[in-house]
Design a protein around this ligand. Structure first.
Ligand code: FES
Ligand code: FE2
Length: 402
């Protein structure tokens, strides 16, 4: 059998991945080490943890982290693994607390991860050195990013280059108006690959395809794209274009990207009727009829309409199961019922994600067949092709020692 390195070298550019990328246990282990645990993944937004003691869990593959706002007001993250005999400490997905008590033998940890109490330990037991293990956490313009590595990639350029585009929508000042998790019985890459291309939109997403011009060939999109670019400045927007693969080419960096794409004429937001569903974001003064795509590493994506932002996070549960977490964000001062309605806000991407779940499940079924062979990408799957290249680069990267 070919080794993993040979499998990577065998990959034919412009084609989908070989079966073993989705089915091989050793390859999944390598992904965990070099791609999944190493990359920064969006674990939420600061607005979710507004008060001291607010916490949420974030789980990826075999890892679980407790993210908590501490007494000093800072947000920190800790491995959700007891320092006594390794039980998971926190079982609630979110809440507010002053301490975390392990359900097994009752060790208690503070909001700063320190061990506060452990019964009947021998003389000389050093509580100080038995705090919860810290997990790397960075806030990037209000997004909580986590990495399960002691040597995560740098976020310096991502933070700098995305500062202006993110300020347009005041990403930091938003609040989470709704959040849903979708469990998908497929390898995580099939979920991200699906999100990278809109070749399937015309066939799988009639609701989305009414509004979004991404389903068009770039040449067909030109006129409507130009109309949006002309409108941008009077609406308070600016044009930026950051290529995901270019940014990732810098060694030791997280890949990131930004672009804005026009919606069809007459539509201003991602909703059932294409009309606004919440107040304009940031300092925007009007609708330019566009939607922006942000990407952070290989797992986290934002879609910024002028009045709300939809964040997508795709993570493995295990080799054959994935989670798609979606956050719907609106202005921090927007009020539910008065300024937005959660059902209207979430409609489009709930319907679209349910449909994606079905097509990804079908894709996973076929990929496990002995008849599956890598197939050629269309011209409308350039981003997916780039994504596959990115993944192969990450898999081939030497392992940083944790
Ligand atoms: S494993 Fe947590 S207290 Fe024993
Ligand atoms: Fe889709």
């Amino acid at each position: 059998m070919r080794s993993i390195d040979e499998l990577i070298a065998d990959h034919r550019p412009g084609y989908s991945l070989a079966q073993r990328f989705y089915t091989d246990d050793a390859l999944y282990e390598r992904e965990l080490e070099r791609v999944i645990n190493r990359n920064w993944i969006m674990a939420g937004h600061v607005s979710e943890l507004a008060q001291e003691g607010d916490f949420k869990l974030f789980e990826v593959g075999r890892e679980s982290a407790i993210i908590v706002r501490g007494k000093d007001g800072a947000i920190g993250a800790f491995a959700n693994v007891c320092r006594h005999r390794g039980s998971v400490v926190c079982l609630e997905a979110r809440g507010n607390t002053q301490q975390f008590t392990c359900p097994y033998h009752g060790w208690k940890y503070g909001l700063d991860g320190r061990l506060l109490a452990a019964r009947a330990m021998p003389d000389g037991f050093d509580a100080e050195s038995h705090g919860l293990k810290p997990v790397a956490l960075e806030l990037v313009h209000g997004l909580i990013l986590l990495s399960f590595s002691a040597t995560p990639p740098s976020l310096a350029n991502c933070r700098k280059d995305l500062a202006e585009p993110m300020a347009l929508f005041d990403i930091e000042g938003l609040k989470v108006a709704a959040q849903k998790d979708y469990l998908i019985p497929a390898n995580w890459k099939l979920c991200v690959e699906n999100y990278q291309e809109c070749y399937h939109c015309a066939t799988a997403h009639p609701e989305y395809a009414r509004l979004h011009t991404l389903m068009l060939h770039p040449e067909q999109r030109r006129r409507v794209q130009q109309a949006m670019l002309d409108k941008m400045e009077p609406c308070g927007l600016k044009h930026f274009d950051i290529d995901f693969l270019d940014s990732n080419a810098r060694a030791g960096e997280i890949g990131y990207g930004y672009s804005r794409t026009a919606l069809f004429d007459g539509y201003v937001s991602g909703s059932e009727d294409g009309q606004a569903v919440a107040p304009l974001l940031g300092n925007l003064s009007d609708y330019d009829g566009g939607a922006s795509d942000f990407s952070f590493g290989g797992f986290s994506f934002l879609l910024a309409y002028s009045d709300h932002v939809v964040a997508y996070v795709f993570t493995p549960v295990d080799k054959n199961n994935s989670k798609c977490q979606i956050y719907w964000l609106v202005r921090g001062d927007a009020q539910e019922s008065k300024d937005y309605d959660v059902d209207r806000l979430t409609w489009l991407w709930d319907v679209t994600t349910q449909a994606d779940k079905t097509i990804i499940t079908n894709n996973a079924k076929g990929i496990h067949s002995k008849y599956y062979r890598p197939g050629p990408f269309s011209k409308m799957e350039r981003a997916e092709s780039n994504y596959v290249e990115w993944l192969l680069q990450e898999l081939a990267r030497p392992l940083a020692t944790d």
